[in-house]
Design a protein around this ligand. Structure first.
Ligand SMILES: Nc1ncnc2c1ncn2[C@@H]1O[C@H](COP(=O)(O)OP(=O)(O)OP(=O)(O)O)[C@@H](O)[C@H]1O
Ligand SMILES: [Mg+2]
Length: 374
């Protein structure tokens, strides 16, 4: 799919931006702090995902401004669709989202319309950061493939919050301990489904990452991903997801219940999962060099794009924030080869750091305003 038109105004420092992107490369150039990443972010939020750099919605509107709007048209193999996202500041912070002119309740409907993948320098946190960071990566990537996953994640998080609140009430004596069981049944149901989905996605990702990392490292290094469920051993996923699996998850929650009540938090389940990332057999987080970590994060994102492509007729749109210029020539070529069929928006402070074959529309950003180079 490609973005055929973008119009952004009042999003952070951006103002009066309107352009028809190149179907292949769009090179967003400018010195630091001019709005390059903001431009990617403004388009990204139209995919229905939260900001790729963790910005809060309340910060979308320009400081001192009243409202923001971001509009794009996306063309896939079937049709062109228009998405708009408008928000005004103030007490009730009104948000209006439309798809082809029809108002939407939330961003969920956009998920299926505009699919994109972003690479940002912070992606190395997938390797270096907390287990939560890795779980989020897997959950987001799996949701992109199968939006029903979002429903289970949302439900599971809500149950976990309620369960944790209840644990505190039980320990203070303001709630009876036996109602915990009701929550545990629900938590076990959602948690088991999530465990199986995570397992399936990580094993898909592992196969592709292994191949890609071999290539990017010149055939000399191995990258492996392993899903470490807090409840199920790897071989237990060979048994189809059913009553036995729910039962096992439920039992694990019940076993931890007393300890959970004493400590006021949930110690068993998907909120304690880990995804082990190993390079040449040892933990990349603990032993990886900077270059290895950067390459591993890149490969995981590229593998995400490849899995997506296998399922969908339409390639996702790719956002590369400050990524290309940081890579050596052979790695830039590797990335280009992987994304050769996709529309790309990339930012750089320095066009000269890019490979000469990256040619397309050059968009200069200065003080939040855009000018196109002829
Ligand atoms: N809510 C906001 N309202 C107005 N300006 C904002 C808001 N949030 C961020 N900014 C401004 O946007 C600018 C940063 O934009 P952005 O992160 O897109 O820069 P950039 O061009 O990507 O820079 P770099 O090359 O350093 O990554 C900063 O000047 C920042 O102060
Ligand atoms: Mg930036």
């Amino acid at each position: 799919m490609i973005v055929t038109y973008a119009d952004i105004d009042g999003f952070k420092n951006l103002s009066g931006i309107s352009f028809a992107p190149d179907p292949k490369y769009n090179i967003i150039v400018g010195p630091n702090a001019q709005g390059k990443t903001n431009l990617l972010e403004a388009m990204w939020i139209l995919s229905g995902c939260k900001s790729f750099r963790g910005s809060k919605e309340k910060d979308y509107v320009c400081l001192g401004g009243e409202r923001m709007s971001a509009k794009i048209k996306v063309l896939d193999s079937v049709r062109e669709q228009k998405i708009t996202f408008e928000m005004s500041k103030g007490n009730n912070q009104q948000k209006n989202i439309t798809l082809n002119g029809v108002p939407q309740k939330g961003t969920k409907a956009l998920f299926d319309v505009f699919k994109c993948i972003a690479f940002i320098p912070d992606d190395t946190d997938i390797i270096k950061g907390s287990p939560e960071r890795r779980r989020n990566f897997i959950d987001m990537a799996a949701s992109q493939l199968n939006p029903v996953f979002v429903v289970h994640i949302t439900k599971s998080n809500a149950i976990l919050n309620q369960r944790n609140a209840l644990l505190k009430n039980i320990s203070q004596g303001s709630a009876p301990a036996d109602i915990l069981e009701i929550w545990d049944r629900q938590a076990a149901h959602e948690g088991t489904l999530i465990s199986y989905m995570r397992n399936e996605y990580v094993s898909k990702l592992n196969k592709i990452c292994g191949r890609l990392y071999k290539t990017i490292s010149g055939g000399s290094e191995e990258l492996e991903l392993e899903y470490r469920s807090n409840v199920f051993r790897p071989e237990e996923f060979d048994i189809p997801c059913g009553d036995d699996a729910f039962g096992k998850y439920y039992k694990k929650l019940r076993e931890a219940a007393d300890y959970d009540i004493r400590t006021g938090s949930t110690h068993a389940g998907v909120n304690r999962d880990e995804i082990l990332i190993k390079i040449n057999g040892v933990s990349a987080k603990d032993y990886g060099s900077q270059g290895q970590i950067k390459s591993a994060a890149l490969v995981m994102k590229l593998a995400q794009a490849e899995i997506f492509m296998q399922k969908s007729k339409d390639a996702p749109v790719v956002f590369l924030d400050d990524v290309m210029g940081e890579l050596d020539e052979s790695r830039q070529r590797f990335v280009l080869d992987m994304i050769k069929d996709m529309q790309v928006f990339l930012t750089t402070p320095n066009v000269a750091a890019l490979l000469p074959e990256i040619k397309g529309k050059v968009l200069h950003i200065s003080g939040g305003k855009l000018t196109e180079e002829n």
